[in-house]
Ligand binder design. Structure first.
Ligand code: ZN
Ligand code: MN
Length: 500
């Protein structure tokens, strides 16, 4: 294998110093979060026993007729609105023909001539707009299972599940931009409620098109990499494929030049390998689906989707900065998913303290969420509710418990549930604010730390820290540190008590 090429921003520098650019287009299939399939009443559930979620229609039996799922259309329109696409007033379905054992009808109902929307795009952090060519609705195929015995097994549970396929213009130039685009798209799908976009369940699947050229020349042959199952693999596949293409051109032998083909990424080896020569659209013999009439989307239907669209992540981040005074970092962390953002906003509203809410959710709650020992895959699965977190904030604010104690309370609440006020009591974490008890600890601290007390008397305010520390230790961490500080200062403040 040739040595890796030097990168300069969006350019790869060839062996002879030639500056190569890459152009990347992405096709993403996302599974819509409908209750039933696109054209029949079957529910779909990931991991259900094979062929248990099927009917005559989604197994392609003769005499069945498709009925369009209005919920799928509504979710698709929500995505269109979120990316600023134009919703097509009259949308039609087409048959895309190919033969494979997981496709019982031998064609897929998709959209070619009049997809439900056109245009739109997603803006990256750099300000670059990645344009969308189109988004269309289509049904998923079943699953062919090749590794469980001598033959191939077919599971048709997934056949007929609604997908939207989004296709970008070739606006992306680097692996990093491709990954950023995908993360933003996933966020939009989740925020709009259109898809939970869980890649581990195959709800989001990416195909990548990539070609290269020496700067200023026409683009060379486009190569497709299919079935990338994680964003990391999209990045890694491009890191390999772009230098592979450049190396092939620089080697100079036309027999070795990239050809129009579909490749697969071998993540373990970090290389792409040829899968098949690419079909053109003409090979699919598209024609209008005769069993589905053209659908007109009324302005009222589209308006209803627009009206119920939640605030999108970029808008939420801007609002967190402007109205709640959060840092860009906190705003980013708290909008990684709609569930996290909603949770944070509920805590902020219930506690009336958005910055404290950002701290507790952004640190303690998200840490628990990523802790495999707790085993939650979504923030909603944690035993602690936004109300519980707001209560913890309130307990700290009113001095019932100090911050380390509050962390213990919240962890206990996340692990086993329970009322935070009760937990403060049952865990014995109630902060001691009784001045008599505090004063006794303070006097003991002064006696036990004569040097710190002397420095404090001499006006070195920093010395109070050591004394507060001694009080906290003596109290088993339960003393109210700010009250202890006040008492210490009053006992041995500068010039206090020891006139010389
Ligand atoms: Zn069915
Ligand atoms: Mn497709």
């Amino acid at each position: 294998m040739s040595p890796p090429l030097r990168r300069e921003g969006a350019l790869w520098i060839g062996a002879e110093g030639t500056r190569w650019g890459a152009v990347i287009g992405l096709e993403v299939h996302a599974q819509l979060a409908t209750r039933t399939k696109l054209f029949c009443g079957c529910a779909y559930r990931f991991g259900a026993p094979p062929n248990s979620l099927v009917c005559a229609l989604c197994t392609g039996q003769p005499g069945t007729l498709p009925v369009l799922n209005a919920e799928a259309l509504a979710l698709a329109v929500r995505v269109a609105l979120a990316v600023g696409a134009d919703v097509t007033p009259l949308t039609t379905f087409d048959r895309k023909h190919y033969f494979y054992c997981d496709l019982p009808k031998n064609y897929q109902i998709s959209q070619l001539a009049a997809p439900f929307c056109t245009g739109g795009g997603i803006t990256l952090g750099s300000g670059k707009r990645v344009r969308l060519t189109r988004i269309h609705l289509e049904e998923d195929a079943g699953k062919a299972i090749h590794d469980r015995g001598p033959g191939t097994l077919v599971d048709l549970n997934r056949a007929g599940v609604p997908l939207i396929e989004s296709v970008t213009e070739a606006d992306l130039e680097t692996p990093e931009e491709a990954v950023e685009y995908l993360e933003a798209l996933k966020e939009l799908l989740q925020f709009t409620g259109a898809s939970s976009a869980d890649m581990e369940k195959g709800e989001l699947r990416c195909d990548v098109n990539v070609s290269v050229r020496p700067e200023g020349e026409p683009w060379r042959t486009k190569v497709e990499i299919k079935n990338l199952n994680s964003f990391r693999n999209v990045g890694a596949a491009l890191e390999h494929e772009i230098p592979r293409q450049i190396g092939a051109y620089e080697a100079g032998d036309p027999a070795g030049f990239p050809v129009q083909e579909t490749r697969l990424f071998d993540a373990a080896a970090g290389v792409t390998r040829v899968m098949r020569r690419k079909e053109g659209a003409v090979d699919y013999r598209y024609f209008p689906e005769p069993d589905l009439p053209p659908f007109s989307l009324s302005p009222a239907f589209v308006e209803e989707q627009r009206r119920t669209l939640p605030e999108l992540p970029a808008a939420r981040r801007a609002r967190y900065l402007a109205e709640l005074g959060l840092s860009p970092y906190d705003a980013g962390v708290l909008t990684t998913s709609r569930a996290v953002a909603d949770f944070f906003e509920a805590v902020a509203r219930l506690s009336g303290r958005p910055k404290d809410a950002a701290n507790w959710v952004g640190n303690e709650v998200l840490r628990a969420l990523s802790d495999p020992a707790i085993g939650a895959s979504s923030i909603d699965e944690l035993a602690a509710s936004p109300f519980d977190v707001a209560q913890v904030i309130e307990l700290v604010r009113t001095g019932r418990v100090n911050v380390p104690g509050a962390r213990t309370v919240l962890r206990a609440c996340i692990q086993g549930g329970g009322d935070p006020r009760e937990l403060v009591r049952s865990l014995g974490l109630e902060q001691v604010r009784d001045t008599g008890a505090l004063e006794a600890w303070c006097r003991a601290a002064i006696e036990g730390n004569p040097r710190a007390a002397e420095e404090l008397r001499a006006g070195k305010d920093k010395a109070v820290g050591a004394l507060v520390g001694a009080v906290m230790k003596a109290s088993g961490g339960k003393a109210d540190p700010s009250l202890a500080r006040e008492i210490l200062l009053s006992l041995v403040g500068p010039g206090d008590g020891a006139p010389t």
